[in-house]
Design a protein around this ligand. Structure first.
Ligand code: XMP
Length: 512
């Protein structure tokens, strides 16, 4: 079934991804293009509606980002949000001015016209504002449809052209009727059908994978994390035996990791999995290395080598499946600052070339929370779906200083205790990550009558939405106490446990 699509043009707002996700939550597929996407590209995408995001610029700046003016001539409904509204005003002959007072936070919106976009919305409703410019005068053909105390034109519309503009942010939860307003745009104005579900996604994706792969073979590296597991299960559902997964034990995994992966994927889904124990190889390369970035490089490069050696043995391999997600592929808008994505640690470019493999990235249209829903739909156990992120370089960046087998073993034991106690206390799901870090510091202790001089473990537990910012978790004292007691009693070589109470920024989640 052809699906209806909404295009979000990105003018640099911190909420752009949120707009796309809100649209998808309403079962309508949406994609984000940079603000200057060409006429041709937009037409080829053939959206049922276009949303112009907000952004940090001012429309009267000399270098203000502008869309291809053709968008106003396509006859497709448009909704401009914040900067998007000011753009509409500016491009179509209205007047935008610097507001005397910047409006930020909650405001009471008074609706003057409760037709189409505001259908069913109370006359007065709370909305979220964040703007320094305001519309002084609507462009010809537009009417004011709502106002606030500070903005006498807080929403405007040209109903005949189906162009709507909102000064506030309907995508933010603080806008009480935001979802209803968005729904009115999607279903009443753009006439979209709510048919984009994970079920329909699976149907389309499996069909596409089958067509693309034909009778060739696919290799997929799995780590036990959500993205690679969901990728593998989806590809397996499409082509079954033609898929071989490769799991590399790099010597810096957590306790029982390989076994868990085996149980899930081999026993539950009956997949072909090739396990490679390359621990010694990795640890040898890491000998004497202290610099975190060098550790990352060594592990990334060695992974590619080991993976390639194994993949070469798979006859007629034509494709490499990878769990790339949508935030990794959205083209970032230049003035947005540092890209908001967490890059994957494996650079597979060279591997693809050398082995003449093509990439399959079946999750490249999905956000992380959508991948979790997809995983559920594919019957992947909760335990994997809700797993905390685990970095590619593994424990190597949590053993601060030199990584040795013995130090990894100490950390592994401490880490297992942290996870056990966090799960036992029912806190796992509320945390973004929780783990132990082994410090390159020794401290004095006393055990029985003896003086000890042993290692220090730091605990790290954070709350976060996307890993970009994080708060240290206020773990209950009794949980901290249980973790500390158990680590000191059960892990030989540790006599002190400390709790990391730094947030990101300015600290990072990992210590290296
Ligand atoms: P930081 O330490 O930068 O971490 O606050 C943010 C998130 O990224 C994870 N992380 C990594 N993941 N390879 C990965 O695959 C890496 O080299 C890497 N470094 C950090 C970290 O666990 C957290 O979730």
């Amino acid at each position: 079934m052809p699906q209806d699509k909404i295009l979000v043009l990105d003018f640099g707002s911190q909420y752009t991804q949120l707009i796309a996700r809100r649209v998808r939550e309403n079962k309508v597929y949406s994609e984000i293009f940079p603000f200057n996407a060409s006429n041709l590209r937009i037409k080829n995408f053939s959206p049922k509606g276009i949303i112009l995001s907000g952004g940090p610029s001012s429309v009267y700046d000399r270098r203000a980002p502008l869309p291809d003016p053709c968008i106003f001539e396509l006859g497709i409904p448009i909704m401009g949000i914040c900067y998007g509204m000011q753009l509409i005003a500016q491009c179509l002959g209205g007047k935008v001015e610097k507001a005397q007072k910047r409006e930020y936070g909650k405001s009471e919106l008074v609706i003057d016209d409760r037709e189409d976009i505001f259908k069913g919305i109370p006359v007065k409703t709370i909305v979220w504002m964040s703007h320094g410019d305001k519309i002084e005068c609507c462009p010809p053909g537009f009417n004011k449809i709502a106002h606030t105390e500070n903005s006498h034109i807080a929403a405007m519309a040209d109903r005949s052209k189906r162009i709507y503009a909102l000064q506030f942010h309907p995508e933010v939860v603080h806008t009480v009727e935001g979802t209803e307003i968005l729904k009115n745009f999607l279903f009443k104005i753009c006439k979209c059908k709510p048919v984009w579900t994970m079920k329909s996604f699976i149907e389309n994706a499996t069909k596409e994978i089958r067509e693309k792969v034909g009778n060739r073979k696919v290799v997929c590296g799995i780590s036990g994390g959500v993205d690679s597991t969901v990728t593998a299960v989806l590809v397996h559902k499409s082509i079954g035996e033609q898929l071989t997964c490769i799991f590399v034990d790099n010597g810096v995994l957590r306790t029982g990791e390989a076994k868990k992966v085996e149980e899930t994927l081999r026993k539950h889904f009956h997949m072909n999995i090739s396990f490679v124990n390359a621990s010694e190889r990795f640890l040898k390369k890491l000998t004497g290395v202290i610099d975190p970035e060098r550790k990352r490089k060594i592990i990334g490069n060695e992974f590619i080598k080991v993976f390639e050696e194994k993949a070469k043995k798979i006859k007629r391999a034509g494709f490499l499946a990878q769990g790339t997600l949508y935030p990794d592929v959205i083209e970032s808008v230049p003035f947005k600052g540092p890209s908001a994505t967490i890059k994957s640690h494996h650079n597979v470019g060279g591997l693809l070339k050398r082995m003449k493999l093509k990439l399959i990235e079946p999750l490249r249209e999905l956000f992380k929370d959508e991948v979790r829903v997809l995983g559920k739909e594919l019957n992947i156990p909760e335990e994997i779906i809700n797993r905390h992120p685990f970095p590619g370089p593994g424990l190597a960046i949590r053993v601060i200083g030199e990584v040795t087998k013995q130090r990894c073993n100490i950390l592994r034991k401490a880490d297992a205790i942290v996870l056990e106690e966090i799960k036992k206390a029912g806190l796992y799901k509320n945390l973004w990550q929780s783990f132990a870090v082994l410090l390159p510091v020794k401290s004095v202790g006393v055990m029985g009558d003896e003086r000890t001089y042993e290692n220090v473990i730091a605990l790290r537990a954070v709350k976060s939405l996307d890993g970009m910012t994080a708060d240290w978790a206020k773990l209950p004292y009794n949980v901290l106490e249980a973790i500390s007691n158990r680590i000191i009693n059960e892990v030989k070589g540790v006599n002190r446990v400390v709790y990391d109470i730094s947030s990101k920024p300015p600290s990072t989640i990992e210590w290296e």
